[in-house]
Design a protein around this ligand. Structure first.
Ligand code: UGA
Length: 443
C-alpha cells in the first residue's frame, strides 16, 4: 500500500517506520529540510530504542523514503496520515494550525481519492474541521474530488513505541465510511491477528478515546500519589497498599506506581486540553482539574522533603541528582519532575550535580551553562561531595546501590527517592535517612 505521512516527529516517524517494516511503501514528508536531510542520512532526531535500526533497514530496502516536497507526497499515498504536532496554546487547548495547514496542502494538491487519517492527538471535532478545510480548498480549485477523513489516534509510549505499535492493545479507527474501513483493514492487516484488535467506531468517539485513555491513566497515577501522601502521614507503607489494591483485577497493577508526578509530552498536555474542551461545552471537568492539581503538588514534594531534611536552608548545598528524563528509556524532559525540582533548588540557592543516561544533552539544551548546574558523566560523579541524593527517574542503573559506599559520599546521609526504588529497611540499616514516596516514616 502507498502511504504518505505528514510530520516526522515522534508519532510520524514511528508510524512510518513500522508500516514500512511490514511491507508498505511509505513516504514521510516534513517542512523541516534539515530534519529530512538528517533522516535521509540515517540520523534519527529522537532517542527511541530500536527506531534507528528500523528506519535505516527500511530506508535501505526502499520502502521508507523522506521528502520535503508536499506536492509529490500528496500525490503518492491513498492514505494520507497527519502526524504533525499539536502544541498547547497559552490556554492549554491544542493548537491546530499545523494539522489544518496539512489539510489545506492535501486539498490544494490532491488529484484523486484520498483517505486522510488524523493520527495527531486532536480535540473532538477536529476531523470535521479537517474535512471542511479540504472541501473549501477543493471548492476554490473548482474540483469535485472524492475524499474521506478519519481519526486513528496512537497509543504509543515513549521508550516502548515500536513494541506498542506492533503489539498494542488496539487500533482505533473512527469513520463512517466503508471505503475507509477497507483501506484501514489493509493498512493494519499485518498486525491484526485478532480481529477485535481493529476497532471501528464513530469519528468523535475515536477522538475522545485518545483523551479518555490518557486522562484515565493520569487519574490512576494522581490517585495513587494522593494515597501515598496520605499513607506517609498515617504511618502506612503505600507499596504494600499498592500491592493490596492492584491484586483486584478491577483495579489492576498497571499505572499505580506512586512517584514524583507524571511528566512527558502527553499526560500533562492532554489532561489540560480535555479540561479546556470541557469548558468549551460549558462543563466543568472537576475530576480532571483535581488530577492535574494533585500532579502539580506531587512534583513539589521532592523539594519539600529536601527542605525538611536541611531545616529549610538549602543555600550553598550541593544536591546529587539521578535521572533527568521524565521516565526511563527516553531523553525527553518535557514537564519532567526533575525540572520542577532543579528550578526550586536554584531558587533556594542550592547547586545541582546531575546524571542521566540519555537526557544530558537535552538538559544542556534547556538550561545552558550555569554555575549552579554540573552535568556529570556517571551516577558516582553525581554524588561525589554532594550533600544529599535525589532520584527522579527509575533508570535500571540506579537500582543496585552499595549504601555503605553511598553514605560515605554524602555530606548529610539523605536520599530522597521519587521512585521508591529501594527497600527502606536496607537503606536505613546503612545509616541513611530515606525519604521515599508514601513509605511510613518519611516525614
Ligand atoms: C503516554 C501513554 O502511556 C501512552 O499510552 C500514550 O500513547 C502516550 O502517552 C501519548 O499520548 O502519546 P508516555 O507519555 O510516553 O505515554 O509515558 P508513560 O509511560 O505513560 O508515563 C507517563 C508518566 O507517568 C511518566 O512521568 C511516568 O513516570 C509516570 N507514571 C507512570 C507514574 O508516575 N506511575 C505509573 O504507575 C506509571
Amino acid at each position: 500500500m502507498r502511504i504518505t505521512i505528514f510530520g516526522t516527529g515522534y508519532v510520524g516517524l514511528v508510524t512510518g517506520a513500522c508500516l514500512a517494516d511490514v511491507g508498505h511503501d511509505v513516504l514521510c514528508v516534513d517542512v523541516d529540510a534539515d530534519k529530512i536531510a538528517r533522516l535521509e542520512a540515517g540520523e534519527i532526531p529522537i532517542f527511541e530504542p530500536g527506531l534507528e535500526e528500523l528506519v535505516t533497514t527500511n530506508a535501505a530496502a526502499g520502502r521508507l523514503r523522506f521528502t520535503t516536497d508536499a506536492v509529490s507526497a500528496v500525490e503518492f499515498g491513498t492514505l494520507q496520515f497527519i502526524a504533525v504536532g499539536t502544541p498547547p496554546d497559552e490556554d492549554g487547548s491544542a493548537d491546530l494550525q499545523y494539522v489544518l495547514a496539512v489539510a489545506e496542502t492535501i486539498g490544494r494538491h490532491m488529484n484523486g481519492f484520498k483517505a486522510v487519517v488524523d493520527k495527531s492527538t486532536v480535540p473532538v471535532g477536529t476531523a470535521d474541521r479537517v474535512r471542511e478545510t479540504i472541501a473549501n480548498v477543493l471548492e476554490e480549485r473548482g474540483e469535485a474530488l472524492d475524499f474521506e477523513v478519519c481519526s486513528n489516534p496512537e497509543f504509543l509510549k515513549e521508550g516502548a513505541a515500536i513494541e506498542d505499535f506492533t503489539h498494542g492493545a488496539r487500533f482505533v479507527v473512527g469513520t463512517d465510511s466503508e471505503r475507509v474501513r477497507e483501506l484501514m483493514r489493509e493498512c493494519y492487516a499485518p498486525y491484526i491477528r485478532l480481529q477485535e484488535k481493529l476497532m471501528f467506531m464513530d469519528v468523535r468517539a475515536a477522538e475522545l478515546t485518545k483523551y479518555a485513555a490518557n486522562a484515565m491513566l493520569a487519574t490512576k497515577i494522581s490517585f495513587i500519589n494522593e494515597i501515598a501522601n496520605l499513607a506517609e502521614r498515617l504511618g502506612a507503607d503505600v507499596e504494600q497498599v499498592r500491592r493490596g489494591i492492584g491484586s483486584d483485577p478491577r483495579i489492576g497493577y498497571h499505572f499505580i506506581y506512586p512517584g514524583c508526578g507524571y511528566g512527558g509530552s502527553c499526560f500533562p498536555k492532554d489532561v489540560r486540553a480535555l479540561t479546556r474542551t470541557a469548558g468549551e461545552v460549558q462543563y466543568q471537568a472537576q475530576l480532571l482539574e483535581a488530577v492535574e492539581g494533585v500532579n502539580h503538588r506531587q512534583k513539589q514534594t521532592l523539594f519539600e522533603k529536601l527542605e525538611r531534611a536541611f531545616d529549610g536552608d538549602l543555600a550553598g548545598r550541593t544536591i546529587g541528582l539521578w535521572g533527568l528524563a521524565f521516565k526511563p528509556n527516553t531523553d525527553d524532559m518535557r514537564d519532567a519532575p526533575s525540572r520542577t525540582l532543579m528550578e526550586a533548588l536554584w531558587r533556594a540557592g542550592a547547586r545541582v550535580q546531575a546524571y542521566d543516561p540519555e537526557a544530558m544533552d537535552e538538559c544542556r539544551r534547556l538550561y545552558g551553562e550555569r554555575d549552579d548546574l554540573a552535568l556529570v558523566d556517571s551516577r558516582e560523579a553525581a554524588v561525589q561531595n554532594a550533600d544529599a541524593l535525589v532520584i527522579c527517574t527509575e533508570w535500571k542503573v540506579f537500582r543496585m546501590v552499595d549504601f555503605d559506599w553511598l553514605k560515605q559520599q554524602l555530606g548529610l546521609p539523605v536520599i530522597v527517592d521519587g521512585r521508591n526504588l529501594y527497600n527502606p529497611e536496607t537503606v536505613r540499616k546503612a545509616g541513611l535517612l530515606y525519604f521515599a514516596v508514601g513509605r511510613g516514616d518519611s516525614l
